[in-house]
Design a protein. Structure first.
Length: 279
Protein backbone atom coordinates (compact mmCIF):
# COMPACT_ATOMS: atom_id res chain seq x y z
CA UNK A 1 0.00 0.00 0.00
CA UNK A 2 2.84 2.32 0.89
CA UNK A 3 4.50 1.64 -2.48
CA UNK A 4 1.24 2.34 -4.27
CA UNK A 5 0.86 5.70 -2.50
CA UNK A 6 4.46 6.55 -3.37
CA UNK A 7 3.83 5.80 -7.04
CA UNK A 8 0.63 7.85 -7.04
CA UNK A 9 2.39 10.77 -5.34
CA UNK A 10 5.28 10.63 -7.83
CA UNK A 11 2.89 10.56 -10.76
CA UNK A 12 0.86 13.51 -9.50
CA UNK A 13 4.04 15.44 -8.74
CA UNK A 14 5.47 14.75 -12.19
CA UNK A 15 2.38 15.89 -14.06
CA UNK A 16 1.95 18.84 -11.75
CA UNK A 17 5.52 19.89 -12.39
CA UNK A 18 5.08 19.40 -16.14
CA UNK A 19 1.94 21.52 -16.05
CA UNK A 20 3.72 24.30 -14.15
CA UNK A 21 6.67 24.17 -16.54
CA UNK A 22 4.35 24.39 -19.54
CA UNK A 23 2.47 27.30 -17.96
CA UNK A 24 5.74 29.14 -17.35
CA UNK A 25 6.79 28.59 -20.95
CA UNK A 26 3.43 29.88 -22.17
CA UNK A 27 3.69 32.95 -19.98
CA UNK A 28 7.21 33.67 -21.24
CA UNK A 29 6.41 32.94 -24.88
CA UNK A 30 6.60 35.93 -27.19
CA UNK A 31 3.35 36.65 -29.07
CA UNK A 32 3.62 36.63 -32.87
CA UNK A 33 4.40 39.90 -34.69
CA UNK A 34 1.52 42.30 -35.25
CA UNK A 35 0.03 42.24 -38.76
CA UNK A 36 0.65 45.38 -40.83
CA UNK A 37 -2.90 46.61 -40.31
CA UNK A 38 -2.33 46.80 -36.54
CA UNK A 39 1.35 47.77 -36.69
CA UNK A 40 0.47 50.97 -38.56
CA UNK A 41 -1.55 52.12 -35.56
CA UNK A 42 1.40 51.90 -33.21
CA UNK A 43 3.61 54.84 -32.29
CA UNK A 44 7.01 55.04 -33.97
CA UNK A 45 9.56 55.95 -31.34
CA UNK A 46 12.52 58.15 -32.30
CA UNK A 47 14.32 58.19 -28.95
CA UNK A 48 16.05 55.13 -27.54
CA UNK A 49 15.71 56.58 -24.04
CA UNK A 50 11.93 56.91 -24.42
CA UNK A 51 11.69 53.43 -25.92
CA UNK A 52 13.59 51.83 -23.03
CA UNK A 53 11.32 53.62 -20.55
CA UNK A 54 8.34 51.64 -21.88
CA UNK A 55 9.80 48.60 -23.72
CA UNK A 56 6.53 46.65 -23.76
CA UNK A 57 4.93 49.39 -25.89
CA UNK A 58 7.61 49.67 -28.58
CA UNK A 59 6.97 48.04 -31.96
CA UNK A 60 8.77 50.58 -34.19
CA UNK A 61 11.96 52.50 -33.48
CA UNK A 62 13.60 55.00 -35.85
CA UNK A 63 17.11 56.13 -34.86
CA UNK A 64 18.12 57.36 -38.31
CA UNK A 65 20.80 60.02 -38.50
CA UNK A 66 21.41 60.39 -34.76
CA UNK A 67 25.19 60.13 -34.94
CA UNK A 68 25.25 56.83 -33.09
CA UNK A 69 28.59 55.04 -32.80
CA UNK A 70 27.25 52.17 -30.73
CA UNK A 71 24.02 50.79 -29.33
CA UNK A 72 23.62 49.72 -25.71
CA UNK A 73 22.98 46.07 -24.88
CA UNK A 74 19.76 47.25 -23.25
CA UNK A 75 18.16 47.46 -26.69
CA UNK A 76 17.57 43.73 -26.26
CA UNK A 77 14.78 44.63 -23.81
CA UNK A 78 12.59 45.79 -26.72
CA UNK A 79 11.32 42.26 -27.27
CA UNK A 80 8.19 43.33 -29.18
CA UNK A 81 10.16 45.44 -31.68
CA UNK A 82 9.29 44.74 -35.34
CA UNK A 83 10.80 47.69 -37.26
CA UNK A 84 14.24 49.11 -36.47
CA UNK A 85 15.85 51.92 -38.48
CA UNK A 86 19.55 52.55 -37.84
CA UNK A 87 20.45 54.23 -41.15
CA UNK A 88 22.91 57.13 -41.45
CA UNK A 89 24.84 56.53 -38.27
CA UNK A 90 28.45 55.48 -37.53
CA UNK A 91 27.91 51.98 -36.20
CA UNK A 92 30.78 49.50 -36.45
CA UNK A 93 29.07 46.61 -34.69
CA UNK A 94 25.62 45.68 -33.50
CA UNK A 95 25.12 44.67 -29.85
CA UNK A 96 24.88 40.95 -29.15
CA UNK A 97 21.58 41.51 -27.35
CA UNK A 98 19.93 42.23 -30.72
CA UNK A 99 19.39 38.48 -31.02
CA UNK A 100 16.68 38.89 -28.35
CA UNK A 101 14.50 40.76 -30.85
CA UNK A 102 12.86 37.63 -32.22
CA UNK A 103 9.91 39.57 -33.70
CA UNK A 104 12.10 41.93 -35.71
CA UNK A 105 10.91 41.97 -39.32
CA UNK A 106 12.50 45.10 -40.80
CA UNK A 107 16.06 46.31 -40.26
CA UNK A 108 17.53 49.31 -42.07
CA UNK A 109 21.30 49.71 -41.80
CA UNK A 110 21.97 51.99 -44.77
CA UNK A 111 24.92 54.41 -44.60
CA UNK A 112 26.81 52.88 -41.71
CA UNK A 113 30.13 52.67 -43.50
CA UNK A 114 32.52 50.42 -41.67
CA UNK A 115 29.87 48.16 -40.16
CA UNK A 116 31.47 44.75 -39.62
CA UNK A 117 29.66 42.36 -41.95
CA UNK A 118 30.63 39.08 -40.29
CA UNK A 119 29.59 39.98 -36.75
CA UNK A 120 26.44 41.61 -38.12
CA UNK A 121 25.34 38.48 -39.99
CA UNK A 122 26.10 36.31 -36.97
CA UNK A 123 23.38 38.30 -35.24
CA UNK A 124 20.97 38.57 -38.18
CA UNK A 125 20.82 34.81 -38.66
CA UNK A 126 19.35 34.53 -35.17
CA UNK A 127 16.35 36.72 -36.07
CA UNK A 128 13.79 34.20 -37.36
CA UNK A 129 11.23 36.77 -38.57
CA UNK A 130 13.59 39.12 -40.44
CA UNK A 131 11.96 39.82 -43.81
CA UNK A 132 13.24 43.22 -44.96
CA UNK A 133 16.95 44.07 -44.83
CA UNK A 134 18.74 47.15 -46.16
CA UNK A 135 22.55 47.15 -46.37
CA UNK A 136 23.03 50.00 -48.84
CA UNK A 137 26.20 52.11 -48.91
CA UNK A 138 28.16 50.19 -46.30
CA UNK A 139 31.38 49.79 -48.29
CA UNK A 140 30.86 46.04 -48.37
CA UNK A 141 33.20 43.97 -50.50
CA UNK A 142 31.70 40.60 -49.71
CA UNK A 143 28.68 39.05 -48.08
CA UNK A 144 29.36 36.42 -45.42
CA UNK A 145 28.11 32.91 -46.00
CA UNK A 146 25.87 33.33 -42.95
CA UNK A 147 23.34 35.08 -45.18
CA UNK A 148 22.21 31.59 -46.14
CA UNK A 149 20.60 31.43 -42.71
CA UNK A 150 18.12 34.26 -43.37
CA UNK A 151 15.27 31.93 -44.27
CA UNK A 152 12.47 34.53 -43.88
CA UNK A 153 14.14 37.17 -46.07
CA UNK A 154 11.73 38.68 -48.63
CA UNK A 155 13.30 42.05 -49.52
CA UNK A 156 17.07 42.50 -49.75
CA UNK A 157 18.51 45.93 -50.61
CA UNK A 158 22.23 45.81 -51.37
CA UNK A 159 22.60 49.04 -53.34
CA UNK A 160 25.63 51.34 -53.54
CA UNK A 161 28.27 48.78 -52.58
CA UNK A 162 30.42 48.95 -55.74
CA UNK A 163 33.06 46.54 -54.41
CA UNK A 164 30.54 43.81 -53.66
CA UNK A 165 31.13 40.35 -55.17
CA UNK A 166 27.78 39.78 -56.82
CA UNK A 167 28.65 36.21 -57.77
CA UNK A 168 28.89 35.26 -54.09
CA UNK A 169 25.70 37.12 -53.27
CA UNK A 170 23.76 35.20 -55.92
CA UNK A 171 25.30 31.91 -54.81
CA UNK A 172 24.26 32.44 -51.19
CA UNK A 173 20.75 33.67 -52.05
CA UNK A 174 19.94 30.82 -54.41
CA UNK A 175 17.96 28.78 -51.90
CA UNK A 176 16.01 31.67 -50.36
CA UNK A 177 12.51 30.54 -51.24
CA UNK A 178 10.80 33.66 -49.86
CA UNK A 179 13.08 36.25 -51.48
CA UNK A 180 10.85 38.40 -53.72
CA UNK A 181 12.66 41.73 -54.26
CA UNK A 182 16.38 42.18 -54.88
CA UNK A 183 17.96 45.63 -55.20
CA UNK A 184 21.44 45.83 -56.75
CA UNK A 185 21.37 49.52 -57.78
CA UNK A 186 24.52 51.60 -58.17
CA UNK A 187 27.02 48.77 -57.83
CA UNK A 188 29.01 49.53 -61.02
CA UNK A 189 27.84 46.24 -62.52
CA UNK A 190 28.67 45.53 -66.16
CA UNK A 191 27.36 41.96 -66.16
CA UNK A 192 25.49 39.48 -63.99
CA UNK A 193 26.62 35.99 -62.88
CA UNK A 194 25.73 33.17 -65.25
CA UNK A 195 23.72 31.48 -62.51
CA UNK A 196 21.61 34.56 -61.77
CA UNK A 197 18.60 32.75 -63.19
CA UNK A 198 18.64 30.35 -60.26
CA UNK A 199 16.91 33.13 -58.30
CA UNK A 200 13.67 31.89 -59.79
CA UNK A 201 11.60 33.06 -56.84
CA UNK A 202 12.56 36.75 -57.31
CA UNK A 203 9.78 38.78 -58.91
CA UNK A 204 11.36 42.23 -58.66
CA UNK A 205 14.93 42.95 -59.82
CA UNK A 206 16.31 46.49 -59.52
CA UNK A 207 19.49 47.37 -61.42
CA UNK A 208 19.27 51.16 -61.61
CA UNK A 209 22.48 53.13 -62.09
CA UNK A 210 24.89 50.40 -63.13
CA UNK A 211 27.09 50.11 -66.26
CA UNK A 212 25.27 47.56 -68.41
CA UNK A 213 25.97 48.27 -72.09
CA UNK A 214 23.87 45.34 -73.21
CA UNK A 215 20.91 43.55 -71.72
CA UNK A 216 22.04 40.75 -69.33
CA UNK A 217 20.43 37.78 -71.05
CA UNK A 218 20.63 35.61 -67.94
CA UNK A 219 17.64 37.64 -66.73
CA UNK A 220 15.52 35.84 -69.33
CA UNK A 221 15.64 32.76 -67.12
CA UNK A 222 13.96 34.60 -64.24
CA UNK A 223 10.46 33.70 -65.36
CA UNK A 224 8.72 35.03 -62.23
CA UNK A 225 9.79 38.64 -62.81
CA UNK A 226 6.93 41.12 -62.61
CA UNK A 227 9.14 44.22 -62.23
CA UNK A 228 12.49 44.93 -63.88
CA UNK A 229 14.41 48.17 -63.36
CA UNK A 230 17.09 49.01 -65.95
CA UNK A 231 17.12 52.77 -65.43
CA UNK A 232 20.27 54.79 -66.00
CA UNK A 233 22.26 52.10 -67.78
CA UNK A 234 23.85 52.70 -71.24
CA UNK A 235 21.75 49.94 -72.82
CA UNK A 236 20.79 50.60 -76.46
CA UNK A 237 18.44 47.71 -77.20
CA UNK A 238 16.67 44.72 -75.70
CA UNK A 239 16.47 41.25 -77.25
CA UNK A 240 13.22 40.06 -78.81
CA UNK A 241 13.32 37.12 -76.40
CA UNK A 242 12.34 39.48 -73.59
CA UNK A 243 8.79 38.68 -74.63
CA UNK A 244 9.29 35.35 -72.84
CA UNK A 245 9.04 37.20 -69.52
CA UNK A 246 5.29 36.76 -69.69
CA UNK A 247 4.68 37.85 -66.09
CA UNK A 248 6.47 41.18 -66.50
CA UNK A 249 4.12 43.96 -65.45
CA UNK A 250 6.43 46.97 -65.37
CA UNK A 251 9.74 47.72 -67.09
CA UNK A 252 11.72 50.83 -66.08
CA UNK A 253 13.84 52.25 -68.92
CA UNK A 254 14.36 55.89 -67.96
CA UNK A 255 17.94 57.03 -68.57
CA UNK A 256 18.84 54.26 -71.01
CA UNK A 257 20.05 54.92 -74.56
CA UNK A 258 17.28 52.96 -76.24
CA UNK A 259 16.01 54.95 -79.29
CA UNK A 260 12.34 55.41 -80.11
CA UNK A 261 12.50 52.84 -82.90
CA UNK A 262 13.62 50.17 -80.44
CA UNK A 263 11.06 51.27 -77.87
CA UNK A 264 8.32 50.64 -80.44
CA UNK A 265 9.57 47.06 -80.83
CA UNK A 266 9.67 46.53 -77.07
CA UNK A 267 6.06 47.68 -76.75
CA UNK A 268 5.09 45.23 -79.48
CA UNK A 269 6.93 42.37 -77.75
CA UNK A 270 5.49 43.24 -74.34
CA UNK A 271 1.93 44.42 -75.01
CA UNK A 272 0.79 43.82 -71.44
CA UNK A 273 3.80 45.45 -69.77
CA UNK A 274 3.91 49.06 -68.60
CA UNK A 275 7.05 50.73 -70.04
CA UNK A 276 8.15 53.55 -67.74
CA UNK A 277 10.33 56.18 -69.38
CA UNK A 278 10.09 59.01 -66.89
CA UNK A 279 10.77 58.37 -63.24
Amino acid sequence: MKNCLSIIFSTVFFFGLSSCTQTAKTQNALPPPLPDSLLRREKEYTSLEDALAAPEKVYMLDLKGQGLRELPESIGRLKYLQHLTLSENHLKRLPDSLVMLKNLQLLLLRDNKGLDAHSTFNILTQLPNLQYLTLSNLNLSDIPRQIKGLDSLEVFILSANPKIKIKDVVSFLGDKQKLALLYLDKNNLESLPNDMDKLKQVNGLYLNGNKFKSFPKVILGMKQLSALDLRNNPIQKLPKSIKNLVKLEVLYLHGTQIPDSELAKIREWLPNTEIVLDY
